[in-house]
Ligand binder design. Structure first.
Ligand code: TRP
Length: 333
């Protein structure tokens, strides 16, 4: 029975194009989660406008990301996929939780400190209260687990604090969720900056899921290897971070062990190894890109997924919201 599975919920900001790091580190493993959890994923478009967005790009990504998630194996029949702005309860509970979140708590959030340092000309109130909206996103669905990366753990901690605070005043309204740190998933670094996580802010070292095969090959051929003259495919994270990163990518994709990869390329050097990794990546991403493009051409289908998702999400979210409104004393008709 689906309703007996534990609930898992996560949000993704449609503010950047999806890349190989997102895929191998996370998305690739999401398809299988439906076996154990009742899964909700939403595009957090309300969150993206805390930083100025180009309206056309935001609209494009909001639909392209849905297509890509489905193309990566997320089954829209088994997962609830929706767009945050289609479910008004997020903004509604977000406001309520603003009134239960302390100025001091929000001031301590590292993401706020980082982003306000980066966007000095636009330190808006939304950027500051972002964690209350994120808490609302989560608590509306009464999830058991919230899968997040390291950078979002502090926000989930705050969500727990808010849920407990609210429950202490009004009785059991919210389930207190646990952060879920995935045990599977590779950590992929930039091809040009192997010291940093792969990121869209370094586009030359970032392989986007929608990149053409020739662009992917070029990026791999230009990947940084190492500064020694050894020219040998050997796993050494400290001294050869670029080579180690390429090996992890190849290993994650092919399922081969690091030792087997060393053997496979013994005596062959980077000139052979780099295009081989590029080729494996192209093999993996081509069907995903093609399927995504096919879906993007079928707007009606994607719209229907968003519509169904929003209906299912709204039903659950509104149940929680009604309870909250009642508890805090809003007059009910
Ligand atoms: N803040 C998250 C991020 O930037 C995105 C997000 C918004 C989210 N709401 C969420 C993640 C709720 C998990 C649950 O990555």
């Amino acid at each position: 029975m689906e309703s007996e599975k534990k609930i898992m919920l996560s949000g993704i900001q449609p503010s950047g194009d999806l890349h190989l790091g997102n895929y191998l580190g996370a998305i690739k493993n999401w398809a299988d989660r439906v076996n154990d959890f009742d899964c909700y994923y939403f595009m957090a478009d309300l969150h993206t406008i805390t930083v100025r967005q180009d309206p056309k790009e935001l609209r494009r990504r909001s639909i392209e990301m849905l297509a890509l998630y489905i193309a990566c194996g997320l089954d829209p029949k088994k997962n609830t996929l929706f767009l945050q702005s289609h479910v008004p309860a997020h903004a509604q509970l977000g406001w309520v939780l603003d009134c239960y979140t302390m100025f001091g708590e929000l001031s301590r959030m590292t993401q706020f400190k980082d982003k306000s340092a980066k966007h000095k000309d636009n330190i808006n109130a939304g950027l500051f209260t972002y964690p209350s909206l994120m808490a609302a996103d989560i608590l509306l669905y009464q999830p058991h687990y919230v899968p997040v990366g390291e950078d979002q753990k502090q926000h989930v901690e705050l969500t727990r604090d808010l849920a407990i605070r609210f429950n202490n005043i009004y009785g059991d309204v919210f389930r207190v969720p646990e952060p879920y740190i995935s045990k599977v998933g590779a950590r992929i670094y930039g091809l040009t900056t192997p010291g940093q996580k792969m990121s869209k802010s370094e586009p030359n070292g970032c392989v986007f899921l929608m990149d053409d095969p020739n662009v992917i090959m070029k990026k791999f051929k230009r990947a940084v290897t190492d500064s020694d003259t050894e020219n040998c495919v050997h796993f050494d994270k400290v001294n050869k971070p670029g080579v180690a990163n390429l090996m992890s990518i190849y290993s994650t994709i092919t399922g081969k062990s690091l030792e087997d990869i060393e053997k496979e390329f013994e005596g062959q050097g980077y000139g052979v190894f780099k295009p081989a990794v590029g080729d494996a990546v192209v093999q993996t991403l081509t069907p995903i890109r093609e399927e995504a493009n096919r879906l993007i051409a079928d707007k009606e289908y994607l719209n229907s997924i968003y519509k169904e998702g929003a209906e299912k999400a709204s039903y659950i979210a509104n149940k929680t919201l009604r309870k909250v409104y009642k508890k805090i004393g809003f007059y009910q008709l």
